[in-house]
Design a protein around this ligand. Sequence first.
Ligand code: FES
Length: 186
Amino acid sequence: MKLTEDQQNKRREFLTKVCPTVAFALFGVSFLEACSSDSPSDEGATGVIDSSSGYGGNDDQSSDDNSSNDTPAYTVDGDTITADLENPFFDNLKNVGGWMNFTEEGVLLLRTSATQILAFDNCCPHAGTSSSWSFSASSSRFTCGNHGNSYGTSQGGTANCSSGQTSGNLARYTTTINDNQLTITK
Ligand code: FES
């Protein structure tokens, strides 16, 4: 039976949401294979199930490792993201100076001390690019690779997303850490 384009879109959307465990349980291997080709992959970060939670895994892990990790790396409730810092997904934040582009939620994260991780909007103030960031520990500035502009991590002087500004500080979110749970409030 040939599916209409609308039916195919609904099927793709369903598979994206339930892959891989539920699809496998319900439909077997052929659907699981469909999952692997339709699942989103963004910036190498892996295992995102939907917009309200993400499952562990990072660039160093195999997909097999991800599938066996059933503890969410983070959850989202409105404007609040709660991240489990013990999850391998956030391994880059273990040491002071470590950072990651948490693209799933549009946030740059930077550990500045044992008890503090800063969070910034990952939307470049210049033209909105979110995926080309690098960080210099010596200057404590993030540089967007799209046009090479760099932005500070201090408070104040905020350069907002896509405002055309080529200097200033990235928009910062409120963060707290309790029991290895990082809370980011946008
Ligand atoms: S979009 Fe980031 S520097 Fe231009």
